[in-house]
Design a protein around this ligand. Structure first.
Ligand code: 9G3
Length: 566
């Protein structure tokens, strides 16, 4: 491609809203253009990278017996009513109405649609295992789209759905996809980890997320420094840490605690430690109020609470709501004497005594609280956030944490959709059997962001050789110099003849501009026809190295072949 004709609108400055390197560089290097919040045009360079990622995914999905299909983006409300999910997703679902007033959504995912395909054609156990996949735009009206392609409202996803006669078949599909994902992300040149994750509202069994390790990742993973335990922090198991108990049998006492609003305040006031206080958190689970108790020095883990108290939306109750409902401020809340509100406690509070907590009255607290005696109806669960430095729940190693970008997720759905939509087959004995399903997603457009997050420097992007939009930049320093231009044209023809995609910088620009653009765009190899061409020498440089090699012009093709060979 000759840059004179290429649409590569590099920017001198990027919009202030672009906060992280991948967002800044994909804009600055002319890969994407923002149309509106969370919606982007892939410009020619961006589209070429997207195609490379898709190709790697297709190869591995086909190798894992996937059959590619393409389902509609617009999905009839009826299908989501059959699965019971039409009202489960509020503002996040893009909805449209057609000329007859019929309701549709713009597909955020395709479980319903693919199950509809299956129920129409799959009637016998002989027709499964079946694995159908697509690579298609998805629509989710994120409250806060940000970080460019990392969290868009329209994004490209590969979603595969597996159908099997039994759980053994589903396990096999899950393992096959797990292996395929490891191959895909390795081929993309990413440093990643599969981690145990939360299966969320889609139900089904457990799930793994594939996390690309990056400081700007929105997810946090907890992993062990000794064994291969790794989990999304949202569900990482936090075993109760042994804690010195007072064995305090004194009766609960209500004390005056003026201007005490935090755990720290009450500890100072009582000259005690946070391990001897109860952090009481009031939460809204859909429209219901619940209270969650953790030890004073711990944090509540919302996702774990949601597993104990199933609900669609869970959030901390805000101050006004607390004052209105309880008549006290957040710092004065406590479980003692609380009526008609379910109370869940973290395992670390079980059988604890001599504890302090709010009295649900500003300016008062309870002390000498004995969990078993004073709160007999409380149930105990793992409800706290795991912390770095704690013991690994599997071995005696130490938990480390890291930020990560979720680029893929594999789920066991079980019969949630096949039951709801009646996707059944006759088994060997002729008995109607509900199919076992799995679903497996990859955020294809998010892979571009994740790759740039892991592969860039202060000059620009450093594409892994498998994803680069072109194989090499070919620069002629001075297009007015006949020898340089002739050599450039000759090399351009030879390299393309050899099957390489070349970005040929034949622009009337200063050398510095050409070099900076080459670094910004980030192709793996840069070849420069400059003054030394009179001696038959060109400059040859890899983007991920500072070393500038002098190579004879007739060795270039072989050198590039070697580089892309392995
Ligand atoms: C919705 C909306 C947002 C959603 C969903 C539904 C996430 C929804 C979960 C999944 C699970 C897997 C197949 C590919 C891999 C992920 N956000 N999920 O179901 F209506 Cl608005 O999508 N689906």
């Amino acid at each position: 491609m000759r840059m004179k004709h290429a649409l590569i609108p590099t920017l001198r400055d990027v919009p202030a809203e672009a906060q992280i390197p991948s967002h800044q560089l994909l804009l600055k290097a002319g890969y994407i253009q923002k149309v509106t919040a969370g919606m982007y045009t892939y410009l020619p360079l961006g589209k070429r990278v997207l195609a490379k990622v898709e190709q790697i995914i297709r190869e591995e999905m086909d190798a894992a017996d996937g059959q590619e299909i393409l389902m509609p983006i617009t999905q009839p409300a009826e299908l989501w009513e059959e699965s019971g999910r039409w009202d489960a997703y509020g503002a996040e679902m893009f909805r449209v109405v057609d000329r007859h007033g019929r309701e549709f959504c713009l597909g955020p995912t395709h479980e319903e649609v693919v199950t509809d395909v299956c129920r129409q054609f799959i009637k016998s156990y002989k027709q499964v295992p079946l694995r159908l996949y697509q690579i298609q735009n998805k629509y989710r009206d994120e409250r806060r789209p940000r970080f460019g392609l990392m969290r868009g409202r329209e994004f490209v996803m590969k979603d595969l759905y597996s159908f099997d006669i039994d759980e053994a078949g589903l396990d096999q599909a899950y393992q096959d996809m797990y292996q395929a994902y490891n191959k895909i992300f390795s081929r993309c040149g990413l440093t990643f980890r599969p981690v145990l994750a939360d299966s969320g509202q889609i139900g089904g069994g457990y799930t793994h997320e594939f996390m690309v390790l990056a400081e700007n990742g929105e997810g946090t993973i907890a992993y062990c420094d000794s064994c291969d335990y790794a989990a999304n922090i949202e569900i990482a198991e936090a075993k109760p840490e042994a804690c010195e108990d007072k064995h305090d049998a004194a009766a609960v006492e209500k004390i005056v605690t003026p201007n005490i609003a935090t755990i720290e305040d009450i500890c100072k006031f009582l000259d005690d430690t946070p391990q001897n206080s109860i952090k009481s958190v009031l939460m809204r689970a859909d429209d219901e109020l619940i209270m969650v108790l953790v030890r004073g020095d711990r944090e509540v883990n919302d996702v774990k609470v949601q597993h104990v108290h199933p609900c669609l939306n869970i959030e901390m109750a805000d101050e006004d709501f607390i004052v209105e409902k309880i008549g006290a401020h957040p710092g004065s809340l406590g479980p003692v004497g609380l009526k008609d509100i379910p109370i869940y406690a973290d395992l670390e509070l079980e059988n604890r005594t001599g504890l302090a907590c709010g009295a649900n009255e500003d300016g008062y607290h309870f002390i000498h609280v004995d969990m078993a005696r004073d709160l007999p109806e409380v149930t105990y669960h793992d409800l706290r956030m795991l912390n770095e430095g704690e013991k690994c729940p599997v071995c005696s190693g130490t938990i480390q944490t890291a930020r990560g970008i979720e680029v893929g997720q594999v789920f066991k759905l079980g019969t949630k959709y096949s039951e709801a939509l009646g996707a059944t087959v006759l088994n060997e004995e002729g008995k109607a059997t509900v199919l076992q399903m799995g679903c497996y997603g990859i955020g294809v457009s998010r892979v571009l962001s994740a790759t740039v997050e892991q592969h860039h420097d202060d000059k620009g992007i450093i594409w892994p050789k498998t994803l680069a939009p072109y194989h090499a930049s070919l620069i002629v320093v001075n297009i007015k110099d006949e020898a340089q231009m002739a050599a450039g044209e000759k090399l351009y023809a030879e390299l393309q003849q050899a099957g390489f995609d070349i970005l040929f910088d034949d622009r009337k620009e200063r050398a510095g501009v050409k070099f900076n653009d080459a670094d910004l765009i980030g192709l793996p190899v840069r070849i420069v026809c400059g003054k030394k061409i009179s001696d038959g020498i060109v400059e040859y440089k890899y983007r991920d190295s500072d070393e500038v090699l002098e190579v004879s012009v007739d060795e270039v093709v072989d050198k590039i072949k070697d580089f892309y060979q392995d």
